[in-house]
Design a protein. Structure first.
Length: 105
């Protein structure tokens, strides 16, 4: 699975941050294996560096082979929390989608 990470201008996209976020996403989606062809993660800071509740945002879009992309968003106080929340939402969404496909709906 190919994972692409992008950030807005308020977040420094360091290698450490990129590797950390990729690891979170890979761990959350490991059970889907080859069914996911591409994942795009976008991190943003709504308050441009000021502290605030739920001002860090993470949007993740996953492309399942032969299906329309699935996208989720999560906001939290830290980038780590936002990424974990979005990854968990995406995992749940993909499980529902693939479950319906297996059940023939």
């Amino acid at each position: 699975m190919h994972i692409e990470i992008s950030t807005d201008s308020n977040i420094g996209g360091s290698d450490a941050l990129t590797n950390h976020i990729k690891g979170l996403v890979q761990n959350a989606l490991v059970h889907f294996g080859d069914q996911i062809t591409r994942v795009e993660v976008h991190l943003s800071d709504a308050n441009a560096g000021k502290t605030g509740q739920d001002d860090k945002h993470c949007m993740i879009e996953a492309r399942l082979a032969g299906r329309q992309p699935t996208a989720v968003k999560h906001a939290a106080a830290t980038l780590d929390q936002a990424a974990k929340g979005a990854a968990n939402k995406l995992k749940s969404s993909l499980e529902r989608t693939l479950g319906r496909l297996r059940d023939g709906h």
